[in-house]
Design a protein around this ligand. Structure first.
Ligand SMILES: Nc1ncnc2c1ncn2[C@@H]1O[C@H](COP(=O)(O)OP(=O)(O)O)[C@@H](O)[C@H]1O
Ligand SMILES: [Mg+2]
Length: 232
C-alpha cells in the first residue's frame, strides 16, 4: 500500500495518508502559529534529501540560516545539500512585485532547472496577503497553482488559519486548490489543564485516507503522531 507514495516523513501521518502523498500532488498544511507547519514542511524536506531528491524551499518567514539551524537541532546536517540538492529561497513578504515575480516566474524555471521533485512554500498565506483584492487573489492563486500542476514535483504549502475559523486557511482558497489538506490545531480539554495538538486529514483527492483526529507532539528530533490514541 505504501508503494508509489511520496512520504511526508512523519510515520503516523504517512499511515493516515494511506502511505504518503500522491506523487506530483499539492498538499496544504493549515494551522495557527506554533502548531508545527514549518516543522512538518522540514520533515518533508529531509525525507526528500535522504532519498537523494532535489528540494526547493520557498520561505516567506525564516531566513536560510534559521532553517539550516532548525534542521541541525533536529540532528540533520543539511549544509552539504545546500545549493546542490536543497535550494532555499527567502522571499520578502512586504515587496509584492519582487515576491510575485520570483514565485510566478523564477520558481517554475528553477523547478525544471534543478529537477526538483519536492517544493515547499512556507507559508503561502504571507504571499496571499500581498494581493489587494479578493478577486485578484483568487485569480492569481488559481493560475499560479494550476501552473505548478504541470511540474513533476510534489508540493507542500503551509498556511495560517483564518482568524475567526481554525478550520479554514487565512484566505479560504488553498484548501480548494490543493489535493490534500492536513489540518493542525490546538485542542483544549474542558478542564483547561493542558493543551494538546491534534491533526486530521480533511481531504485527499483520489485516495482513501483516515478521517480520524489524532494527537501529535513536536519533539526535539521528530514529530510523533499517536495514531492509536484518540483526542475526543
Ligand atoms: N526542538 C524542539 N523541541 C520541542 N518542541 C519544539 C522544538 N522546536 C519547535 N518546537 C515546537 O514547535 C512549535 C513551532 O513549530 P513551527 O513548526 O515553527 O510552527 P508554525 O510554523 O506552525 O508556526 C513551537 O511552538 C514548539 O512548541
Ligand atoms: Mg512557521
Amino acid at each position: 500500500m505504501n508503494s508509489g507514495r511520496v512520504k511526508v516523513g512523519i510515520v503516523g501521518l504517512d499511515d493516515m495518508l494511506g502511505g504518503g502523498l500522491i506523487p506530483e500532488s499539492i498538499c496544504a498544511v493549515i494551522g495557527t502559529y506554533g502548531t508545527g507547519k514549518t516543522t512538518f514542511s522540514l520533515e518533508f524536506v529531509w525525507d526528500g534529501l535522504k532519498k537523494e531528491e532535489k528540494v526547493i524551499y520557498i520561505s516567506l518567514e525564516e531566513r536560510q540560516e534559521r532553517i539550516v539551524e532548525y534542521m541541525r537541532l533536529k540532528g540533520w546536517d543539511v549544509t552539504p545539500y545546500l545549493n546542490t540538492a536543497l535550494f532555499v529561497i527567502k522571499l520578502d513578504p512586504t515587496d509584492f512585485n519582487l515576491a510575485n515575480n520570483r514565485i510566478k516566474n523564477e520558481l517554475p524555471r528553477l523547478i525544471e532547472q534543478v529537477g526538483a521533485t519536492r517544493v515547499v512554500i512556507d507559508p503561502i498565506s504571507l504571499f496571499e496577503d500581498l494581493f489587494t483584492t479578493d478577486s485578484e487573489r483568487r485569480q492569481e492563486m488559481f493560475h499560479f497553482i494550476e501552473g505548478l500542476r504541470d511540474k513533476k514535483c510534489t508540493i507542500m504549502m503551509t498556511s495560517e488559519t483564518d482568524k475567526d475559523n481554525v478550520f479554514s486557511s487565512r484566505h479560504g482558497l488553498i484548501e480548494y486548490l490543493s489535493d490534500t489538506v492536513i489540518l493542525l490545531r490546538y485542542v483544549r480539554p474542558s478542564d483547561l489543564t493542558d493543551v494538546h495538538l491534534a491533526l486530521e486529514v480533511v481531504k485527499m483527492r483520489m485516495s482513501a485516507h483516515s478521517r480520524e483526529i489524532k494527537p501529535y507532539e513536536i519533539q526535539q528530533d521528530q514529530v510523533l503522531v499517536y495514531s492509536e490514541a484518540n483526542v475526543f
